[in-house]
Design a protein around this ligand. Structure first.
Ligand code: SF4
Length: 208
């Protein structure tokens, strides 16, 4: 297996041949898994913990979407169990509540998006996408009711936490309404930046 995220992505895409899965969905999952595998090589953390899928869920995803690498699942993905804290569970609950369907793909997307919210960059960057538009497309496609609620085009991670704030009694927000909040610019400002996956030296850069 290649070690860098930007090399792992095409390796996974090639492994998806014959899966019959939708190309955009394959791209989404390959991007997230490439980020997780690339970070795993650098940080020494199991990819399960980095993408939020336990061993069984990850195995099913690989077998169904990336059959070309399913034969080397254990040695490549090193499956393990997960611990999910209350904050992450709330993110999962919000995503699942508004998922457009409740099959295995939406279950996995819910888990992976919630786990990647923990990472420090814009959510689209930590999902390994090429641009923010891909995350908007994913949300519209698979979490359409939730996407429709983001009428102000809030940054996606901020929006998900705001939804948790409104339903679970968490207090991530500094004010009851956005228009009165000093953090308004942080939540609604531009969500731009470079694609982390596209950075050819991602793995090496992360070590210095
Ligand atoms: S602008 Fe303030 S109230 Fe609105 S989501 Fe951001 S932190 Fe919360």
């Amino acid at each position: 297996m290649p070690m860098r995220a930007d090399e792992i992505y095409p390796w996974l895409m090639e492994a998806s041949e014959g899966s019959g899965m939708d190309p955009f969905d394959v791209h989404v999952c390959a991007s997230i898994l490439a980020m997780g595998l690339g970070e795993s090589a650098v940080e020494g953390v199991s990819v399960c913990k980095l993408v939020g899928l336990d061993g069984n869920s990850l195995r099913c995803l690989i077998e169904g979407m990336f059959p070309g690498v399913a034969g080397q699942f254990d040695e490549t993905f090193k499956p393990c169990a997960l611990t999910i804290d209350a904050e992450e569970q709330s993110l999962r609950d919000i995503l699942w509540m508004y998922a457009s369907s409740h099959g295995p793909l939406h279950r996995d997307l819910t888990a992976m998006i919630a786990r990647r919210c923990i990472r420090p960059h814009h959510l689209w960057q930590d999902l390994g996408f090429r641009n923010r538009g891909e995350l908007s497309r994913l949300m519209t496609r698979h979490f359409s009711l939730l996407a429709a609620k983001n009428r102000g085009d809030m940054k996606w991670k901020k929006f998900l936490y705001r939804m948790v704030c409104g339903t679970e009694g968490f207090t991530f927000c500094a004010a009851p309404v956005c228009s009165d909040c000093d953090d308004f610019a942080l939540c609604f400002g531009a969500e731009d930046g470079e694609s982390l996956l596209a950075q050819a030296n991602f793995a090496q850069a992360a070590t210095v």
